[in-house]
Structure formats: structure tokens, C-alpha cells
Design a protein around this ligand. Structure first.
Ligand code: C5P
Length: 412
């Protein structure tokens, strides 16, 4: 899930670091928006380090990204903690003086306020009215905990414990009948990394795939609510938490795992770089370097095209089931044709529903963190471009897949 965590200017801001950890450890992508006042208690460096995302509290940073619109629209959940009397008042009256209050006005998903303030402020008629207004508009406002406050006083006004806020936030998301993560209840199988085809016990034929794209897709699908199975060939990055990982080595092993996993998957994404050929013979012992024999010759045989077989399996046994098969194509243009023309031909040949096309060169795509792709659809809709980090591109691909599953009629 994408969560916006607004931090208000109260001493309890320091406890929100633990709340942030609970969110990130559960696999959520959190953008922290601290108010100016809150940065006097906890600095932005803390939020950046703990969230792994850039932090700003001004609408005038990165203006070209129109952050208040983007963050509000994209957030699956907005949590404000501590929600000070001032922030509750601003939210209730629709003020928009900084990035957090702007984002609150743009939020589409559920919003949770976790108040913290002195008892008199919480019980003041003005605050009561603001809380009622916010609740009346559908926001969840937690009751503050009772106990020792910052000065000598005690009473209701303490920030609820981070775990209690976390639990309330998750329950809020679940309870919104009008709100569901786009891939909730779906199973998505993703192949990632590069296969290795053995020549002998120590040597193999491999490729440059790092697995970053497949892993980013697995994270995006998981965050969209899917049950994710990652079929991991050789990868240079660790597998993410919260997904079921099955390790494979060769194209033939991947084929077996993919055909089995696809049988009960709603989506299968072949982002692995599968070797097209494997050595015809695998020596049981290390091939020796000897001066008295001719140079060895490696004969290759073709590997089956797994993607094509997945489409055939779907069409044979699950026709009309709505299973979506997605392929990747790393293409280079040449004098005979451009990248997209080659990719269109590949899409028709393989028969998959969507084909994500990368334009590759030695310095592009493989192992890089950013990417530029075009998504082609067999149904013939306009090619869709997506660019940015592999995370951003993966989120765009997963959004498109969600759209196809939820709004487009079953595939043949
Ligand atoms: O034909 P090409 O290798 O360019 O196609 C790339 C797409 O096909 C990727 O989705 C890749 O995972 C898949 N593929 C496959 N089996 C192969 C070769 C590629 O599934 N033997």
C-alpha cells in the first residue's frame, strides 16, 4: 500500500518513528509529510532515513511533480500522527497552507487522525466541533489515550501507542467497503532474473539480467494486495519480504515451475531473461583444458518458449477465465525495422495479452535502476508509455494489469 504519514508539531512526533517502522516492515511504501512545526521535534533526515523516500513539507518543492495532487490521489491511506489541535482545526476548515493540508484535501483513500494534545485542548468545544466535522466527513479520528502528559498534567490526550494506531489504520482500510486494493484476492506469479544453463559442474551460460525489474514488480503487486509467487532465477538483488519465493536455475526448471504456478494464477508475468538455448550436453565432470585435443565445440539446442506455452495452456484449459499473461521484450532496432515494429510482431507470435517492451543496449536496462518501457496490448489499445525508476515503472505496469483484470472482459 502507499501510505502518506503526516506528522504534526507535537512532542509525540518522536513516537511516530516507531509507527513508520511498523508500516515499512509490513511492506508498505510510506511518504512522510511533516509540518514545519513538527521538524522542531523530529528532523526530516529521520523521516527520510526510516522511510527511504524523499521528505518535503512545502508545495514549492519539486513543483513540476505537483506533489500535493499526486500524493493525495495515489495514497491508499493517509495517517496523521500526532494530530495536533491546530492540524485538526486546519483539516476541519479545509485550509491548505502547506503540503500536508493540501494532500488531505486531495486524498481519495481513507484518512486516520491520531490526536495528541493536552486534555483541556482535546476537551475544548472548538476541538470537539472540529473532530465531529472530520468524522462527519468520513475521516477516522482516534480517541487519544489517557495518562501522563508532557507537563505535570495527566488525562486524555496522549498519542495512542504506535501498534494501536497501526492496527486501527489496517482495520480502517479493511472496513471501507467502497475501498479495495486493486489486486486484493488475486494471485500473481512473476518470473525474475536470468536463467543459467550448465555446461559442466562449474560453468554455465548466463545473461546480464539482475532481477531488479522482476523484484520491483513483485513488490508493486504485493503492495496492490496480491498474493505473489516469485519464480527467482539468478538475481543480484534479494527477494522482497511478503512474497512466496521459489528458486530456479535453468530454463527447463523455470518452465516446470511456471506452468505449475500458472494453473491457479490470475496473472503471470514473465520478466525473467530466459536463455533461448542450452548446451546440448552437460558434462558430468569439469571440461579439461588439454593441449593435445582440439578446442571444444559447444552445441546448443533450443529451449522451449515458456511464455508461448503459458498462453497455450491458458487457452486450452482456462479459455475465457480472464487469466492475464504478460511478457517482456528487450529489443533493439536495426536497419530492418524499429523497436516497436519488432515488438508488435513478437506480441502476435507469442500471443500474450500484454507485452512490456524495453529498448536495450549494453548500457541500458540491464542492472540499471531506471527504465523506459512501452506496454503493448494484443487487444490493440494504444501503446502506453511508462518511465522512471524500476519501482515507478513496475507500479505503472501493475496499475495497467489491475485495470485489465478489473475492467476488461475475459481473454480467449
Ligand atoms: O523471444 P524473447 O526472448 O525476446 O521474448 C521475451 C519474453 O519471452 C520474456 O517475457 C521472456 O520471459 C519470455 N521467454 C520465455 N521462454 C523463452 C524465452 C523467452 O518465456 N525460452
Amino acid at each position: 500500500m502507499r501510505i502518506v504519514l503526516g506528522v504534526g508539531g507535537g512532542i509525540a512526533a518522536y513516537k511516530v518513528a516507531s509507527l513508520l517502522r511498523l508500516f515499512t516492515e509490513a511492506g508498505h511504501d510510506v511518504t512522510v509529510i511533516p509540518t514545519e512545526a513538527s521538524t522542531r521535534f523530529v528532523g526530516t533526515a529521520t523521516w527520510e532515513a526510516l522511510s527511504g523516500n524523499p521528505v518535503s513539507n512545502s508545495v514549492f518543492d519539486d513543483v513540476h511533480l505537483v506533489n500535493h495532487v499526486r500524493l493525495g490521489h495515489e495514497a491508499d491511506l493517509v495517517v496523521v500522527a500526532p494530530a495536533t489541535a491546530d492540524l485538526l482545526a486546519k483539516a476541519a476548515t479545509g485550509q491548505a497552507g502547506d503540503l500536508l493540508t493540501n494532500t488531505l484535501l486531495m486524498a481519495h483513500g481513507p484518512v486516520l487522525f491520531a490526536p495528541a494534545m493536552h486534555t483541556e485542548m482535546w476537551q475544548h468545544a472548538a476541538t470537539r466541533a472540529n473532530v465531529e466535522t472530520l468524522r462527519g466527513r468520513g475521516a477516522a479520528v482516534l480517541e487519544p489515550a489517557s495518562g501522563r502528559l508532557t507537563g505535570a498534567d495527566s488525562g486524555p490526550g496522549r498519542l495512542p501507542e504506535p501498534q494501536a494506531i497501526f492496527d486501527a489504520a489496517m482495520a480502517l482500510v479493511q472496513s471501507r467497503s467502497d475501498y479495495q486494493l486493486p489486486l486484493a484476492g488475486r494471485t500473481v506469479t512473476i518470473s525474475a532474473g536470468g536463467t543459467r544453463e550448465p555446461l559442466d559442474p562449474v560453468r554455465f551460460l548466463g545473461n546480464r539480467s539482475s532481477g531488479k525489474q522482476g523484484v520491483a514488480l513483485a513488490v508493486a503487486a504485493r503492495n496492490a494486495g496480491a498474493t505473489v509467487r516469485l519464480l527467482a532465477a539468478h538475481m543480484e538483488v534479494p527477494a522482497p519480504a511478503g512474497v512466496d519465493v521459489q528458486r530456479v536455475e535453468t530454463a527447463m526448471e523455470l518452465r516446470e515451475a511456471a506452468l505449475a504456478a500458472a494453473a491457479d494464477s490470475d496473472v503471470i508475468i514473465m520478466s525473467a531473461a530466459v536463455a533461448d538455448f542450452r548446451p546440448a550436453e552437460v558434462s558430468d565432470t569439469k571440461i579439461k583444458k588439454r593441449d593435445d585435443t582440439a578446442d571444444p565445440v559447444i552445441t546448443l539446442v533450443r529451449n522451449p518458449d515458456i511464455l508461448q506455452e503459458l498462453v497455450e495452456q491458458r487457452n486450452a484449459s482456462r479459455a475465457g477465465s480472464g487469466q492475464l499473461v504478460v511478457g517482456f521484450a528487450a529489443e533493439t532496432g536495426d536497419s530492418q525495422g524499429d523497436v516497436l515494429a519488432y515488438a508488435q510482431a513478437k506480441l502476435q507470435r507469442k500471443g500474450c495479452d500484454l507485452l512490456v517492451v524495453n529498448h536495450v543496449g549494453m548500457d541500458k536496462v540491464f542492472g540499471q535502476d531506471s527504465n523506459e518501457v512501452v506496454i503493448l496490448s494484443r487487444a490493440g489499445s494504444e501503446p502506453q508509455e511508462a518511465s522512471g525508476t524500476k519501482t515507478e515503472v513496475s507500479e505503472a505496469i501493475i496499475r495497467r494489469i489491475s485495470f485489465e483484470l478489473n475492467h476488461v472482459s475475459p481473454r480467449a
